[in-house]
Design a protein around this ligand. Structure first.
Ligand SMILES: Nc1nc2c(c(=O)[nH]1)N[C@H]1C(S)=C(S)[C@@H](COP(=O)(O)O)O[C@H]1N2
Ligand SMILES: [Mo]
Length: 368
């Protein structure tokens, strides 16, 4: 099931952002990069991505159903769900479209630069607890997750739906959660109130918000968000590879202070503390390097020790940079334990997914 709907549009060379992209960008906000200073992102600063509208969720009437290829279908209200044993995981979430607006040609969609990321402590019921209670049939291969939001996308009317292979849905590391709390408070409406899925290590699209149904299926799910959207493809006809885990990335908190309109950074000469965060959804980040000469040469930065309690959370890194008068381009780069790293040329695909091109921060150092 591919190419049943028109392909996503690519902007013409040098085509400016349109009102449609601006409308998406004002609804879906990013993390202000200075908020990388917090281990845990305050909920209001966490990035937000919503395809359609925030649905009107009445908590007292909410039911989560688990059905399909199960021997014991469930219909749980929130009180019942919240009385089950819970777990809390600190998880860095990143939108698969992060970096999209830096591509050329630009896929026309939510125009993220680099800020579609955040880290929160999510509390909920492990998904495998619910699947065990529902007694999954031996012929089930996937779990399909349905949100309460509804919309039209490239001509296809749909509820927001995504699936996970059963092996991922029931893994104990990372443990998938049906979460009802973010940073110790009920989920905010924009983050999925009252229930959402959390899939540590995976790009945002897998973390279905306003979760109302889990259906076990005998065949792989071919809905729009699985088989049409969220594929790495070079041409509209190609089936493409599915978008799954988060590629490594390091971000630098832009140093000094900004110019209002250009947001160019300004510093005074002397040692400048450079700090940021790094993460990968595949394996722990093992190295962060910093280039102060536009990715020509690299020096190692100091990376915080791994915290075994939070394997799916970003880690802080820092280094000192001796600023001298003139214009400089600062670039961090992360590498993970499996050798994945960040490219210095953007990896282009039609959806603008998984673009983990290195960040480039222009800094003007004033004369002494
Ligand atoms: N039901 C539903 N779930 C959804 C979405 C959506 O539009 N509807 N957007 C997805 C995408 S693309 C991302 S990146 C994450 C964003 O999660 P956040 O807004 O909590 O940061 O939610 C995912 N879950
Ligand atoms: Mo996303």
């Amino acid at each position: 099931m591919t190419a049943i709907s028109p392909p996503a549009r690519l902007a013409a060379p040098h085509e400016a952002l349109g009102q449609d992209e601006l409308a998406l960008a004002t609804r879906n906000h990013g993390l202000p990069l200075e908020a990388l200073r917090y281990d845990i992102t305050p909920a209001g600063l966490h990035y937000v991505l919503i395809h359609y509208d925030i649905p009107d969720a009445a908590a007292d009437a909410w039911r989560l159903t688990v059905r399909g290829r199960v021997r014991n279908p469930l219909s749980l209200d929130l009180d019942t769900l919240m009385s089950l044993p819970s777990a809390t995981h600190r998880v860095t979430l990143e939108c698969a479209g992060n970096g999209r607006a830096l591509l050329s040609p630009r896929p026309v969609s939510q125009p993220w630069l680099l800020e579609a990321v955040g880290t929160a402590e999510w509390t909920g019921v492990p998904l495998r607890t619910l699947l065990a209670a529902a007694d999954v049939a031996p012929d089930a291969v996937e779990a399909v997750f349905t949100g309460a939001d509804h919309g039209l996308e490239r001509g296809v009317e749909q509820d927001y739906q995504r699936s996970l292979p059963l092996s991922v849905a029931t893994a104990d590391g990372p443990e998938v959660l049906v979460a009802y709390a973010m940073n110790d408070a009920p989920l905010p409406p924009q983050h999925g109130y009252p229930l959402r899925l959390i899939v540590p290590g995976w790009y945002g699209m897998a973390h279905v918000k306003w979760l109302r149904d889990i259906t076990l299926t005998r065949t792989p799910f071919t809905g729009f968000q699985q088989a049409t959207a969220y594929r790495y493809r070079q041409t509209p006809e190609a089936p493409g590879e599915p978008v799954t885990r988060i590629a490594p990335r390091a971000l630098l908190i832009p140093p000094g202070f900004p110019d209002f309109m250009s947001r160019t950074r300004v510093v005074h000469p002397g040692p400048v503390l450079l700090e940021g965060r790094a993460w990968s959804g595949h394996a722990p980040v093992t190295r962060v390097e910093l280039s102060a000469d536009d990715a020509a040469t690299w020096r190692p930065a100091q990376l915080a020790l791994p915290d075994p309690a939070h394997p799916w959370s970003w880690r802080r890194w820092h280094t000192t940079w001796p600023a001298t008068p003139g214009t400089h381009h600062l670039t961090p780069r992360a590498t993970d334990a499996e050798g994945r790293t960040q490219p210095t040329a953007p990896p282009w695909n039609r959806g603008g997914f998984g673009n983990n091109l290195v960040q480039r921060v222009t800094v003007v150092c004033l004369p002494g």
